[in-house]
Design a protein around this ligand. Structure first.
Ligand SMILES: *Cc1c(COP(=O)(O)O)cnc(C)c1O
Length: 244
């Protein structure tokens, strides 16, 4: 077990406290309550020990972006943690994902949702999902290409009784232009508000990462997904070629 004096726990706890202050300030600027914003610890590329340290530091919501990496890391599953998949889900990994995660934030095709439904029907389970919108237009990003595509899929996914659609998710454009980033979040929030009007289960707007979560909170995020802000920078990818 990890003690409260563990230095990694202490470091994460300090970063979490600072992050909570920034979230509270951003919420206040928008006339929102900081209690309306959940902080997710994104543990991709981090070892299990750091995930456990995050839980010991007071976090209770964990995000992983690859099924395979998560499968190795989450065995045995941590107690008292809510686990979400936040990366692209391939249909052939749906069964695996349904076993590992409590929710999938990155539904970007009706077919993926149908595969999850089938997996859950076999086990008798249910799952929360979010639909991901590509608000940046960047081809490297996943998500429905636009609101119309998302709405069409939403109708099909709403017919799946093992999935509860809780809201929407996006990654903003990768840009130093704060106005462009804000525009992505605003697009998602407007669509969310429209859809939530006649969907009482819609309560989650997942947007904002370490570089842009304050803007996301100002624009209405109810869940921010933070890796770097809590754990420090991820190791750079290894160079393609050894240096000579
Ligand atoms: C990696 C990742 C994050 C967190 O990124 P940071 O910039 O380290 O906070 C959030 N959301 C998704 C979908 C990610 O893949």
């Amino acid at each position: 077990m990890m003690g409260v004096t563990d230095p990694v726990v202490a470091l994460i706890r300090r970063r979490l406290r600072h992050t909570r202050e920034l979230v509270a300030a951003a919420a206040a600027r928008a006339g929102r309550s900081a209690d309306a914003v959940r902080i997710m610890a994104v543990t991709k590329t981090r070892p299990r020990a750091e995930l456990d340290a995050a839980l010991a530091a007071g976090l209770d919501l964990i995000g992983e972006n690859r099924v395979q990496e998560a499968a190795a890391k989450l065995d045995p599953p941590p107690a008292h943690a809510e686990l979400h998949l936040i990366g692209h889900l391939q249909r052939n990994k749906a069964r695996h994902a349904a076993r590992l995660f409590h929710a999938v934030q990155s539904i970007d095709k009706a077919a993926t949702a149908q595969a999850l439904q089938q997996a859950l029907a076999a086990t008798g389970g249910t799952m929360d999902v979010l639909l991901e919108l590509n608000t940046s237009g960047e081809p490297a990003k996943h998500g429905f290409a636009g609101p119309e595509e998302l709405r069409r899929a939403l109708e099909a996914i709403e017919a799946l009784d093992r999935l509860r659609i809780r809201g929407l998710m996006t990654m903003a454009v990768w840009s130093a232009d704060a106005g462009a980033v804000r525009g992505c979040f605003r697009t998602l929030r407007r669509l969310f508000e429209e859809l939530a009007r006649d969907r009482p289960a819609f309560d989650t707007l997942s947007m904002g990462m370490s570089g842009d979560f304050e803007i996301a909170v100002e624009e209405g995020a109810t869940l921010v997904r933070l890796g770097t802000a809590l754990f420090g920078p991820r190791a750079a990818a290894p160079p393609a070629q050894a240096r000579t």
